[in-house]
Design a protein around this ligand. Structure first.
Ligand code: CIR
Length: 256
Protein backbone atom coordinates (compact mmCIF):
# COMPACT_ATOMS: atom_id res chain seq x y z
CA UNK A 1 0.00 0.00 0.00
CA UNK A 2 1.18 3.51 -0.81
CA UNK A 3 -0.18 6.57 0.94
CA UNK A 4 -0.23 9.53 -1.45
CA UNK A 5 -0.38 13.16 -0.35
CA UNK A 6 -1.15 15.65 -3.10
CA UNK A 7 0.01 19.16 -2.29
CA UNK A 8 0.46 22.34 -4.31
CA UNK A 9 3.19 24.94 -4.04
CA UNK A 10 2.18 28.28 -2.48
CA UNK A 11 1.22 30.73 -5.23
CA UNK A 12 3.25 33.92 -5.69
CA UNK A 13 -0.18 35.61 -5.64
CA UNK A 14 -1.11 34.33 -2.14
CA UNK A 15 -1.49 37.96 -1.00
CA UNK A 16 -4.67 38.09 -3.15
CA UNK A 17 -6.24 35.06 -1.44
CA UNK A 18 -9.91 34.91 -0.54
CA UNK A 19 -10.67 36.09 2.99
CA UNK A 20 -14.00 35.80 4.79
CA UNK A 21 -13.54 36.05 8.54
CA UNK A 22 -10.05 37.54 8.79
CA UNK A 23 -8.65 40.98 8.10
CA UNK A 24 -6.06 41.04 5.34
CA UNK A 25 -2.52 41.20 6.68
CA UNK A 26 0.77 40.86 4.79
CA UNK A 27 1.80 37.29 4.02
CA UNK A 28 5.50 36.59 3.64
CA UNK A 29 5.71 34.33 0.57
CA UNK A 30 9.11 32.90 1.47
CA UNK A 31 7.98 32.15 5.02
CA UNK A 32 4.73 30.60 3.77
CA UNK A 33 6.69 28.40 1.36
CA UNK A 34 9.14 27.39 4.07
CA UNK A 35 6.25 26.39 6.36
CA UNK A 36 4.60 24.50 3.57
CA UNK A 37 7.79 22.61 2.75
CA UNK A 38 8.18 21.66 6.42
CA UNK A 39 4.58 20.43 6.37
CA UNK A 40 5.39 18.30 3.32
CA UNK A 41 8.45 16.89 5.10
CA UNK A 42 6.23 16.04 8.05
CA UNK A 43 3.87 14.15 5.76
CA UNK A 44 6.81 12.32 4.20
CA UNK A 45 8.09 11.35 7.66
CA UNK A 46 4.63 9.96 8.42
CA UNK A 47 4.87 7.67 5.41
CA UNK A 48 3.20 9.69 2.66
CA UNK A 49 4.52 9.90 -0.88
CA UNK A 50 4.14 13.64 -1.49
CA UNK A 51 3.17 14.68 -5.01
CA UNK A 52 3.49 18.43 -5.25
CA UNK A 53 1.68 20.28 -8.03
CA UNK A 54 3.21 23.52 -9.32
CA UNK A 55 1.87 26.88 -8.22
CA UNK A 56 0.17 29.33 -10.56
CA UNK A 57 0.32 33.13 -10.38
CA UNK A 58 -3.36 33.24 -11.43
CA UNK A 59 -4.51 30.99 -8.57
CA UNK A 60 -3.84 32.67 -5.20
CA UNK A 61 -5.51 29.97 -3.08
CA UNK A 62 -4.34 26.88 -4.97
CA UNK A 63 -2.17 25.67 -2.06
CA UNK A 64 -5.43 24.70 -0.33
CA UNK A 65 -5.94 21.58 -2.43
CA UNK A 66 -8.35 20.05 0.07
CA UNK A 67 -11.15 22.22 -1.26
CA UNK A 68 -10.93 20.93 -4.82
CA UNK A 69 -11.63 17.23 -4.26
CA UNK A 70 -12.86 14.65 -1.77
CA UNK A 71 -11.16 11.29 -2.17
CA UNK A 72 -12.95 8.11 -1.13
CA UNK A 73 -11.70 4.54 -1.57
CA UNK A 74 -14.09 4.01 -4.46
CA UNK A 75 -13.80 7.31 -6.31
CA UNK A 76 -12.73 10.94 -6.14
CA UNK A 77 -15.36 13.67 -6.11
CA UNK A 78 -14.05 16.73 -7.92
CA UNK A 79 -15.67 19.79 -6.40
CA UNK A 80 -16.97 23.06 -7.75
CA UNK A 81 -15.59 25.53 -5.16
CA UNK A 82 -17.94 28.13 -3.79
CA UNK A 83 -15.50 30.97 -4.45
CA UNK A 84 -15.51 31.75 -8.17
CA UNK A 85 -11.83 32.73 -8.01
CA UNK A 86 -11.00 29.17 -7.00
CA UNK A 87 -12.75 27.19 -9.73
CA UNK A 88 -9.75 27.21 -12.07
CA UNK A 89 -7.78 25.31 -9.42
CA UNK A 90 -9.78 22.17 -10.10
CA UNK A 91 -8.45 20.74 -13.42
CA UNK A 92 -4.86 20.22 -12.27
CA UNK A 93 -6.01 18.40 -9.16
CA UNK A 94 -8.47 16.26 -11.13
CA UNK A 95 -5.67 15.34 -13.50
CA UNK A 96 -3.40 14.39 -10.60
CA UNK A 97 -6.11 12.14 -9.12
CA UNK A 98 -7.11 10.47 -12.37
CA UNK A 99 -4.41 7.73 -12.25
CA UNK A 100 -5.70 6.62 -8.84
CA UNK A 101 -9.45 7.01 -8.81
CA UNK A 102 -12.46 7.23 -11.06
CA UNK A 103 -13.70 10.82 -10.86
CA UNK A 104 -17.19 12.25 -10.44
CA UNK A 105 -17.85 15.97 -10.64
CA UNK A 106 -19.98 18.47 -8.77
CA UNK A 107 -21.68 20.59 -11.40
CA UNK A 108 -23.46 23.96 -11.60
CA UNK A 109 -25.51 25.10 -9.75
CA UNK A 110 -23.92 22.97 -7.05
CA UNK A 111 -21.00 24.28 -5.03
CA UNK A 112 -18.92 22.28 -2.61
CA UNK A 113 -15.59 22.93 -0.89
CA UNK A 114 -13.68 19.89 0.34
CA UNK A 115 -13.06 21.78 3.58
CA UNK A 116 -16.74 21.29 4.32
CA UNK A 117 -16.62 17.51 4.02
CA UNK A 118 -15.70 15.50 7.11
CA UNK A 119 -15.71 11.76 6.75
CA UNK A 120 -15.91 9.62 9.85
CA UNK A 121 -16.09 5.98 8.80
CA UNK A 122 -19.17 5.67 6.64
CA UNK A 123 -20.64 8.96 7.87
CA UNK A 124 -19.99 11.95 5.67
CA UNK A 125 -20.79 15.24 7.39
CA UNK A 126 -21.10 18.19 5.01
CA UNK A 127 -21.06 21.75 6.29
CA UNK A 128 -23.62 24.12 4.85
CA UNK A 129 -21.27 27.09 4.74
CA UNK A 130 -21.02 30.14 2.50
CA UNK A 131 -19.09 27.86 0.12
CA UNK A 132 -21.17 24.68 -0.06
CA UNK A 133 -24.80 24.88 -1.09
CA UNK A 134 -27.77 22.53 -0.96
CA UNK A 135 -27.35 21.48 -4.60
CA UNK A 136 -23.71 20.59 -3.94
CA UNK A 137 -24.66 18.45 -0.95
CA UNK A 138 -27.44 16.77 -2.95
CA UNK A 139 -25.04 15.99 -5.79
CA UNK A 140 -22.51 14.53 -3.37
CA UNK A 141 -25.24 12.35 -1.86
CA UNK A 142 -26.28 11.14 -5.32
CA UNK A 143 -22.68 10.41 -6.33
CA UNK A 144 -22.10 8.36 -3.18
CA UNK A 145 -25.41 6.52 -3.44
CA UNK A 146 -24.85 2.78 -3.38
CA UNK A 147 -21.45 2.89 -1.69
CA UNK A 148 -22.79 2.62 1.85
CA UNK A 149 -22.12 6.16 3.05
CA UNK A 150 -24.62 8.41 4.80
CA UNK A 151 -24.37 12.07 3.81
CA UNK A 152 -25.54 14.43 6.55
CA UNK A 153 -25.87 18.19 6.26
CA UNK A 154 -24.44 20.14 9.20
CA UNK A 155 -24.95 23.78 10.09
CA UNK A 156 -21.77 25.86 10.25
CA UNK A 157 -21.81 29.41 11.54
CA UNK A 158 -19.02 31.86 12.28
CA UNK A 159 -16.15 30.16 10.46
CA UNK A 160 -15.19 29.35 6.88
CA UNK A 161 -15.63 25.60 6.63
CA UNK A 162 -16.94 22.67 8.64
CA UNK A 163 -13.36 21.51 9.18
CA UNK A 164 -12.45 24.87 10.70
CA UNK A 165 -14.93 23.89 13.42
CA UNK A 166 -14.47 20.14 13.74
CA UNK A 167 -12.09 17.41 12.57
CA UNK A 168 -11.55 13.74 13.42
CA UNK A 169 -8.39 13.03 15.40
CA UNK A 170 -8.99 9.28 15.76
CA UNK A 171 -11.52 6.79 14.41
CA UNK A 172 -13.99 7.65 17.16
CA UNK A 173 -12.76 10.98 18.50
CA UNK A 174 -13.50 14.50 17.25
CA UNK A 175 -11.79 17.81 18.00
CA UNK A 176 -14.25 20.69 17.94
CA UNK A 177 -15.04 24.31 18.59
CA UNK A 178 -18.70 23.99 19.58
CA UNK A 179 -19.28 27.72 18.95
CA UNK A 180 -19.16 27.18 15.19
CA UNK A 181 -20.90 23.88 14.55
CA UNK A 182 -24.46 22.72 15.18
CA UNK A 183 -24.68 20.59 18.32
CA UNK A 184 -26.54 17.77 16.52
CA UNK A 185 -23.47 17.16 14.38
CA UNK A 186 -21.47 16.13 17.41
CA UNK A 187 -24.20 14.05 19.05
CA UNK A 188 -23.00 10.55 19.79
CA UNK A 189 -19.33 11.37 19.28
CA UNK A 190 -16.57 11.54 21.87
CA UNK A 191 -15.29 15.13 21.55
CA UNK A 192 -12.18 16.99 22.67
CA UNK A 193 -13.05 20.68 22.95
CA UNK A 194 -10.53 23.29 21.85
CA UNK A 195 -9.15 25.41 24.64
CA UNK A 196 -11.38 28.52 24.78
CA UNK A 197 -8.35 30.74 24.09
CA UNK A 198 -7.66 28.84 20.82
CA UNK A 199 -10.85 29.06 18.72
CA UNK A 200 -9.05 28.11 15.50
CA UNK A 201 -7.58 25.00 17.12
CA UNK A 202 -10.14 22.49 15.82
CA UNK A 203 -8.38 21.89 12.51
CA UNK A 204 -6.16 18.82 12.86
CA UNK A 205 -4.95 16.43 10.17
CA UNK A 206 -5.01 12.75 11.00
CA UNK A 207 -2.36 10.71 9.18
CA UNK A 208 -2.38 7.08 10.28
CA UNK A 209 -2.05 7.11 14.08
CA UNK A 210 -0.57 10.60 14.20
CA UNK A 211 -2.16 14.03 14.24
CA UNK A 212 -0.50 16.88 12.33
CA UNK A 213 -1.28 20.03 14.22
CA UNK A 214 -0.36 23.72 14.25
CA UNK A 215 2.08 24.83 16.94
CA UNK A 216 -0.17 27.89 17.40
CA UNK A 217 -2.47 25.92 19.72
CA UNK A 218 -0.37 24.54 22.60
CA UNK A 219 -3.21 24.35 25.10
CA UNK A 220 -5.44 22.32 22.85
CA UNK A 221 -2.43 20.19 21.94
CA UNK A 222 -2.09 19.30 25.62
CA UNK A 223 -5.70 18.15 25.60
CA UNK A 224 -5.02 15.91 22.59
CA UNK A 225 -1.91 14.43 24.16
CA UNK A 226 -3.80 13.83 27.39
CA UNK A 227 -6.08 11.59 25.32
CA UNK A 228 -3.05 9.55 24.26
CA UNK A 229 -2.72 10.98 20.77
CA UNK A 230 0.64 11.37 19.05
CA UNK A 231 0.78 14.98 17.88
CA UNK A 232 3.26 16.22 15.26
CA UNK A 233 3.57 19.99 15.49
CA UNK A 234 4.02 22.13 12.39
CA UNK A 235 4.38 25.88 12.01
CA UNK A 236 1.32 27.08 10.10
CA UNK A 237 1.08 30.77 10.95
CA UNK A 238 1.66 32.29 7.50
CA UNK A 239 -1.02 30.26 5.74
CA UNK A 240 -3.35 30.82 8.70
CA UNK A 241 -3.34 34.48 7.57
CA UNK A 242 -4.90 33.20 4.32
CA UNK A 243 -7.56 31.40 6.42
CA UNK A 244 -6.03 27.98 5.81
CA UNK A 245 -5.25 25.25 8.31
CA UNK A 246 -3.41 21.93 8.24
CA UNK A 247 -6.13 19.86 6.59
CA UNK A 248 -6.45 22.32 3.71
CA UNK A 249 -2.96 21.80 2.32
CA UNK A 250 -3.15 18.16 1.24
CA UNK A 251 -5.30 15.40 -0.18
CA UNK A 252 -4.24 12.14 1.43
CA UNK A 253 -5.39 8.72 0.27
CA UNK A 254 -4.20 5.17 -0.03
CA UNK A 255 -3.42 3.27 -3.18
CA UNK A 256 -3.20 -0.52 -3.06
C1 CIR B 1 -10.32 30.53 0.91
O1 CIR B 1 -10.93 31.43 1.46
O2 CIR B 1 -10.85 29.78 0.10
C2 CIR B 1 -8.85 30.36 1.26
N1 CIR B 1 -8.26 31.64 1.49
C3 CIR B 1 -8.69 29.45 2.44
C4 CIR B 1 -9.17 28.05 2.20
C5 CIR B 1 -8.92 27.15 3.35
N2 CIR B 1 -9.35 25.84 3.06
C6 CIR B 1 -9.90 25.02 3.94
O3 CIR B 1 -10.17 25.40 5.07
N3 CIR B 1 -10.21 23.81 3.54
Amino acid sequence: MTRIAITREVSPAIARCELTHLERVAIDLAAARAEHEAYERCLTALGCAVQRLPSDPELPDAVFVEDTAVVFEELAVITRPGAVSRRAEVPAVAEALAPYRRTAWIESPGTLDGGDVLRIGTRVLVGRSARSNAAGVAQLRAILDGYGYSVEEVGVDGCLHLKTAVTAVAADLLLANRQWVAAEALAGFDVVDVDPSEPFGANALRVGDAVVYSTAFPRTRERLEARGLRVEGVEAGELAKAEGGVTCCSLIFDVV
